[in-house]
Design a protein around this ligand. Structure first.
Ligand code: NDP
Ligand code: GDR
Length: 376
């Protein structure tokens, strides 16, 4: 390990994910040595952090990746022993709520017990008074609406195997803080998105589809519950708070949210508006559809009346979380939380990025290139 003694050392699980990538950038700018846990996969899985990659043969490397998995205690313990981190950010998780209904046991193991494995490793290694721990908790803990807006004292009622696993992780973090006097904190973060958001979360699914439809690469797309309301912020604002939570005087749990709610339907309208297309929604429930009403941008012309969106029941969840909106007053007062990005900035950022990305597909298509078939 090449860090000098004045540099702080962070260990990020889930470093290849959306938040892991932004947090790495943030901590590197602050002068940290950043270590990250990455899973072995048969294809490269480091797209989001490739720009931070450093040749392991050079001196003074401050961005270092290690193979590992949240299901492997010995691996986690060995890595923490070697890295001796000042701060651990536990971001690793199977983080897709709908998918958690398909693989509940795995989610309990990774998202729930995985957190215990980390805390226990820190304790066993005698690092409980050196290493501060951030646990990526979630607004999904609130689940079924008990109180609006949701605060640090709102009761939990998770509605998915993901939410239930994260509830275990939340409480085991609190328990280790109280039992062993560890600096272990939960950030209860509401939905946060970005141009590098996973493609199957609703925001990114929408911005990708709208970009493809506007460029004539796709006719229409399908969503589930359009009535769901979420409190959407920008991931860049939220990773700054993860760091601030670990710099606080006392270890505590914190809600981070914008305090504004929007329906999935309105988000679809906002994304189409970015390319100058306005929509009309017709029908109800599974029969609801969206049609083009007008196109004001000459670059993106679709026929008026064109159907661009329908509902597909496969995207519904067996138990849904209808409304999440957070009250981050505590973080505002004590940590100086403010969000720099409004939802309109976020949608613009994501749409511009996806339009650029899809323009590459358009050039390839116009040039007569087809997707490669490796089995031919
Ligand atoms: P992503 O899904 O983008 O990233 C998840 C990360 O966890 C990836 O690096 C993934 O690796 C890794 N991972 C998954 N399973 C394992 C495993 N078994 N062992 C090791 N690593 C694993 O999530 P986000 O960046 O959006 O979220 C970060 C954390 O914050 C998650 O814990 C999420 O549940 C939580 N959260 C997210 C919110 C949001 O709105 N984004 C809101 C509240 C909480 P790989 O790249 O190989 O798949
Ligand atoms: P969420 O995010 O479940 O809140 O979890 P997601 O974007 O998946 O869903 C938000 C809402 O949109 C509705 N929806 C759809 N969702 C998806 N993915 N695909 C669809 O086609 C679709 N149609 C409608 C959903 O039903 C839901 O109501 C995210 C994850 O990042 C979690 O890890 C994190 O903990 C929470 O945010 C806070």
């Amino acid at each position: 390990m090449t860090n000098n003694k004045t540099q702080k050392v962070a260990f990020i699980t889930g470093i290849t994910g959306q938040d892991g990538a932004y947090l790495s950038e943030f901590l590197l700018k602050k002068g940290y040595v950043v270590h990250g846990l990455k899973r072995r996969s048969s294809l490269f899985n480091t797209d989001r952090i490739d720009h931070l990659y450093q040749d392991p043969h050079v001196d003074h490397q401050n961005f270092i990746l290690h193979y590992g998995d949240m299901t492997d205690s010995t691996n986690l313990t060995r890595l923490i022993q070697k890295i001796q981190p000042d701060e651990i950010y536990n971001l690793a998780a199977m983080s897709h709520v709908r998918v958690s209904f398909e693989m509940p046991e795995y989610v309990a193991d990774v998202d729930g017990i995985g957190t215990l494995r980390l805390l226990e490793a820190v304790r066993l290694l005698g690092l409980e008074h050196k290493t501060r721990i951030y646990q990526a908790s979630t607004s999904e803990l609130y689940g079924k609406v008990q109180e609006v807006p949701q605060t640090e004292t709102t009761p939990f009622y998770p509605r998915s195997p993901y939410g239930v696993a994260k509830m275990y992780a939340y409480w085991i973090t609190v328990n280790y803080r109280e039992a062993y006097n560890m600096f272990a904190c939960n950030g209860i973060l509401f939905n946060h998105e970005s141009p590098i958001r996973g493609e199957t979360f609703v925001t990114r699914k929408i911005t990708r589809a709208v970009a493809r439809i506007a460029l004539g690469l796709q006719d229409k797309f399908y969503l589930g519950n359009l009535d769901a309301q979420r409190d959407w912020g920008h991931a860049k604002d939220y990773v700054r708070m993860m760091w601030l939570i670990l710099q606080a005087e006392q270890p505590e749990d914190w809600v981070i949210a914008t305090g504004k709610k929007t329906t999935v339907r309105d988000l679809v309208k906002m994304a189409f508006a970015e390319v100058g297309i306005s929509l009309r929604f017709e029908g109800e429930g599974l029969d609801e559809k969206a049609f083009v009403v007008s196109c004001t941008n000459r670059a993106y012309q679709l026929p008026v009346g064109k159907e661009v969106l329908s509902i597909d029941a496969r995207y519904h969840r067996p138990t849904e979380v209808e409304l999440l909106i957070g009250d981050a007053s505590k973080a505002k007062e004590k940590l100086g939380w403010e969000c720099h990005y409004q939802l309109s900035d976020l949608v613009k950022d994501m749409m511009q990025s996806d339009l650029k990305l899809m323009q590459k597909d358009q050039y390839l298509k116009d040039g007569g290139y087809q997707t490669m078939n490796y089995f031919e």
